[in-house]
Design a protein around this ligand. Structure first.
Ligand code: FMN
Length: 355
């Protein structure tokens, strides 16, 4: 499966395990990279030192190329503290009603500072950096290229793909509406930017002249081939890797994935304040009205201890169970074996089409 793009990244297969902040520990990233694909450390919620520590662990587990993924955000956030107090009261009441012995607390900071995360990424110097939620500044692009780091920008529309191409990105990850996790949209409201991958890929391929990566709903080798036919240089799979034993997703979440009915995989703002795709569960249905108005990352920080406690208690119904629309096709197997299986399926599908 060698392609020009895979050669450029220094990987054997044009397959990227998506950075999934909170669920991609070094063991998963290294297992994927050691199998010849590109493992990605989702570092959106990590402080700078943790990024350096986890990157060092990935390097210690193998010498293959890997990626670090960050969210492009301002360093500081203002919060309406009256709205925060109201939301906390309602969230605490919900947890009490659900019998979970945990309450919200005020974090020292709403989110790690992007400038510090970015400096850590530069120091860790992975082969690839993947960004979502916005475009990086020209000086940051120059800094990454000076260090020979390949830059992938996430886009949910053609206009966003153009913005990344104009900024000098080496490739654009097209996040179709099917995709699990947070929407990467930054030029449009997330609800307006729900473009299916089958529409987005050929539209973007006509508009920009950089390699395109297909993300959203791809769960097997057939999907990878379909993406290639529509113009993708590589496929980026998130949900497919969530059930791997190396993945740190909660056991309740892993158990719920193969049972996910596609009409219950929906767009949710109530866990983080930002649109994200995941399973409609008890929390989503009972989400307090006050919490619904809070923006990202304020709500994300407030619900973090609740989600941690829900995971520890095995309460998948109170957990943010992010996943793409095709979650029901997930296969639980070690990440290296999954990569080999995906590549095998891709080759089989290719041969079958050739007749
Ligand atoms: C649990 C989860 C967490 C995610 N976190 C990130 C992230 O930190 N950074 C990012 O660029 N994309 C993130 N994504 C989105 C993926 O990059 C990708 O677009 C998506 O997984 C593709 O759809 P699929 O899940 O159907 O394969 C996440 C996706 C999931 C499922």
């Amino acid at each position: 499966m060698q392609t020009a793009f895979a050669n450029r990244l220094g990987i054997e297969h044009p397959l990227i395990q998506a950075p999934m902040s909170g669920s991609t520990p070094p063991a998963l990233v290294a297992a994927v990279s050691n199998a010849g694909a590109l493992g990605s450390l989702g570092a959106g919620y990590l402080e700078a030192q943790a990024i350096l520590d986890q990157a060092a662990q990935v390097r210690a587990l193998g010498k293959r190329p890997y990626a670090i993924g960050l969210f492009v955000l301002p360093d500081e956030f203002e919060a309406d503290m009256a709205a925060v107090a109201k939301a906390r009261k309602q969230l605490d009441a919900l947890m009490a009603r659900e019998g979970l012995a945990v309450r919200t607390s005020l974090p020292s900071r709403w989110a790690p500072r992007f400038s510090e995360q970015f400096a850590a990424l530069c120091e860790a110097r992975p082969a690839v950096a993947i960004f979502a939620f916005g475009v990086i500044a020209p000086a940051q692009m120059r800094e990454l290229h000076r260090r020979d780091i390949c830059v992938i920008g996430t886009a949910t529309t053609v206009a966003e793909a153009r913005a990344w191409a104009d900024a000098g990105a080496d490739a654009v990850s097209l996040q179709g509406a099917e995709a699990g996790g947070h929407r990467g949209s930054f030029l449009h409201e997330a609800e307006d930017a729900m473009i299916g991958l089958f529409a987005l890929l050929p539209l973007a391929a006509r508009a920009v002249n950089v390699p395109l990566i297909a993300a959203g709903g791809i769960m097997d080798g057939r999907g990878m081939l379909a993406a290639e036919v529509l113009g993708a240089a590589a496929s980026q799979l998130g949900t497919a890797f969530l059930a791997c034993p190396e993945c740190s997703a909660a056991e309740a979440w892993k158990r719920d994935l193969p049972l996910a009915e596609e009409h219950r995989v929906t767009t949710i703002r109530g866990f983080s304040g930002r649109a994200a795709r995941g399973l409609r569960n008890r929390f989503v249905e009972a989400m307090p009205a006050a919490a619904q108005g809070l923006p990202y990352p304020v709500l994300n920080a407030l619900t973090a201890p609740l989600r941690r406690a829900a995971a520890e208690a095995g309460r998948g119904d109170l957990l943010s169970e992010w996943c793409g629309q095709a979650a029901g096709l997930v296969r639980a197997q070690p990440a290296g074996e999954l990569v080999a299986r995906l590549v095998h399926e891709y080759r089989q599908a290719r041969r079958a089409l050739a007749g």
